[in-house]
Write a protein that binds this ligand. Sequence first.
Ligand SMILES: Cc1cc2nc3c(=O)[nH]c(=O)nc-3n(C[C@H](O)[C@H](O)[C@H](O)COP(=O)(O)OP(=O)(O)OC[C@H]3O[C@@H](n4cnc5c(N)ncnc54)[C@H](O)[C@@H]3O)c2cc1C
Length: 580
Amino acid sequence: KLYEDVADLPGFNYDFVIAGGGTAGNVLANRLTENPNVSVLVLEAGVSNAGILPSEVPFRLGELFAPTVWNWNYTSTPGTGLLDRVLGVSRAHFLGGCSGHNGMVYTRGAAADFDRYAQITGDQGWSWNNIYPYFLKTENWTSPADHHNTDGQYNPALHGTNGPVFTSLNGYPYTQFEQNVIATTKTLPQDWPFNLDMNSGKPLGVGYLQSTIGNGERSTSATGYLAPQYIQRPNLHVLLHSQVSKLVNSTMKNGNVSFGGIQFKYGNSLYTAKAGKEIILSAGVIGSVQILQNSGIGPQEVLSAQNVPTLLNLPSVGKNGTDHPFFSIIWTVNSTRTYEAVTRNTTAFNKAQAQWNQSKTGPLVTSPLGTHIGWKRLPTNSSAFSVHADPNPNPTAPHLEFVFVPGGQIAADGNSPSGPAGESNFMTIGVALISPVSRGSVNISSSDPFAPPLIDMGFLTNEFDVLAIRDGIADAQKFVSQPAWKGYLETLVTDLTPATLETTIRNTTDQSFHYCGTNGMSAHGASYGVVNPDFLVKGVTGLSVIDGSTLPIIPAAHTQAVVYVFAERGADLVKKRWNL
Ligand SMILES: Cc1cc2nc3c(=O)[nH]c(=O)nc-3n(C[C@H](O)[C@H](O)[C@H](O)COP(=O)(O)OP(=O)(O)OC[C@H]3O[C@@H](n4cnc5c(N)ncnc54)[C@H](O)[C@@H]3O)c2cc1C
């Protein structure tokens, strides 16, 4: 049941209390309450997802990044690798979490990513072959909104059809642009082979973009895992407007810390809920760190600096934060079939919205993040390797990602996808570095548990990353030098002057919004890491973290699909340890 008011909550004692009703949290809430004898309380700081139109209408996601009640409205610390730029760090503040305001791109990563997780954690359960069934379990593949013939655009054998989250191919065509992309795979097959389905575990090449969209509407952990048949369960309670501050009533048990309660704020009052079995933190890459550090679990020097008594000196809490730095290259094009047809014309936009309202078809049914994605390795003679060893040596895993977009500036920087001002039409190739060496951090900024934390994205602090992005830019330029683009492509808008390119990169690189890893998973007994391979926090009893913060290394993927499978396996591991 969904509760808007704490006064309506029947009690404060549950088997499991989950902090955060986001992407991972709702998976856990659903799976744990499959057993009617198990009681679960989810504490979500944000509001209900119901009726948030920019979340429901895929193309309108840019509106979610404005400072509203739907967003945590964080900002980063000045980026030393970004010429001290401060970035707006968008995180969803409503039920469903970032699955409700992300770009909806559905990518699973490389098999090599998961095999590396298995190796790092010493748990074969994290290998690609063992995780693969969880991808199918989460997914409900559907026909695109325009029901076009999808033969040759994906491999049906790789997709689940019974899971809670809808996925599909784009349901609105940008035909000429799409033909140009595919034609380039034919004239440059060595560099850019066509890949029928990048979600096979072997992503290298160019393929059709898949997204978490079903029947023209965004699909999220809230619409899927908390669908009416699940949220009705009498053993599942979700309380909104409830921000967890910290874990309280600590004791030592067998040399481990343990907590008797989880404190949260509703309105102006503090409450404490109790978990008979386990407290699960699913508050995301920023929120889960903040709760741990507020509770006295983290690097001693960080806690002491804010006068928070250290209960457990766990130096990795908040470290290892990683995102894919994203650089956009924009050209004007000789076509009117681009995103600008809708974003710059109010009449056309209103017509498109009316069409969506009526039939869930038309230009608003796709994410504004493109039609195709390409994945590529750096050349073996890349100058990047002269400053750092290859961070992703497996030959089947990519270093770089390319997003092909029939429109101007996409939403990577949190702005609306309306493109540069003017009358032109645009295309963008987004170049993302998938294997960055730079790392950031999240740390509390105060002993006030509700003060926003310090978020260092860490972008471009290692020279490897700048050199690798330069290679990616050269790849993109080669891509559009092919015959398919003649007559379509007009003028390069982005300044790629070689002499000033490094400054341009540092001045304009932004997030992919895949920040993860701040409570990284490591092997039992490892000298670093925050959670063990079963998600239990090292040195603590009865506490786990299950969300994107636990990814040991950033995967070659937009991270939501990976977070979904982490949570699905997490739910199985929790059930197993409690014999449920
Ligand atoms: C703007 C943006 C675009 C993205 N685009 C894509 C994309 O196209 N494809 C893709 O695969 N991935 C994308 N991602 C990444 C992906 O969405 C995230 O990695 C993933 O959703 C994270 O899931 P999570 O469960 O770790 O955290 P979240 O989904 O963020 O869930 C955390 C939840 O906890 C709540 N919370 C936080 N602190 C507290 C607290 N103290 N008390 C109570 N509740 C709290 C939050 O409100 C939120 O609901 C994007 C992310 C963003 C932000």
